[in-house]
Ligand binder design. Structure first.
Ligand code: URA
Length: 190
């Protein structure tokens, strides 16, 4: 039973990371350079959840360190947040080859890690970054447009969905929507 497995995980974030960072439950364990557990404040009010590590993250062992990460930092600073104030991780902790979408079998093995991280941190809000992250954890195929401006519940915690920073790099027109989403986050969750 999943819940039984989860309850056996350590309830300190660093200890938990150490206990799973050699994970070989799915084939991504063989191709990764680094396990990307997550970084930030273990007492954060807000946890941001991306899809999976990319090339830079796989090399660094940290989430959102590439161009998208730099943009995320700028967006965070627009509501006076720094990386140290929040927590960031991904649904998958290991990089899929060529950055392909996570497979259901990979999500099945990795999602209990995310849920346990959230149970340790106990944030007030989860922000899913992008359609893949959102659809994976909400188990839906809806468009990002449909998922925005709604409050979901994931593992007992409020969750909202906004654009992935990489989408903003491709389409700067989306920035105004993300600005609105972050104003909402500031007004309701800070
Ligand atoms: N994109 C993601 O979804 N996560 C990262 O950590 C980096 C890029």
């Amino acid at each position: 039973h999943v819940a039984d497995k989860i309850s056996k995980f350590p309830n300190d974030l660093n200890v938990f990371n150490q206990s799973i960072c050699s994970c070989q439950k799915c084939p991504l364990g063989r191709t990764r350079q680094n396990f990307v557990f997550g970084t930030g404040n273990s007492n954060a009010n807000i946890v941001f959840v991306g899809e999976a590590p990319g090339k830079n993250e796989d090399i660094a062992g940290k989430p959102f360190v590439g161009r998208g990460g730099k943009l995320l930092d700028k967006i965070l600073s627009s509501i006076n947040l720094k990386r140290d104030d929040i927590y960031i991780c991904n649904v998958l902790k290991c990089r899929p080859p060529e950055n392909r979408d996570p497979l259901p079998s990979e999500v099945q093995e990795c999602e209990p890690y995310l849920i346990h991280q959230l149970q340790i941190i106990k944030p007030r809000l989860i922000v899913a970054l992008g359609r893949i992250s959102a659809c994976t954890i909400l188990n839906t195929k809806e468009s990002l447009k449909n998922l925005r401006n709604r409050i979901f519940n994931y593992a007992g915690i409020d969750l909202l969905v906004t654009y992935h920073p990489a989408a903003l790099l491709r389409n700067p027109n989306f920035k105004k929507f993300v600005w609105e989403d972050f104003q909402f986050i500031r007004d309701k969750y800070m």
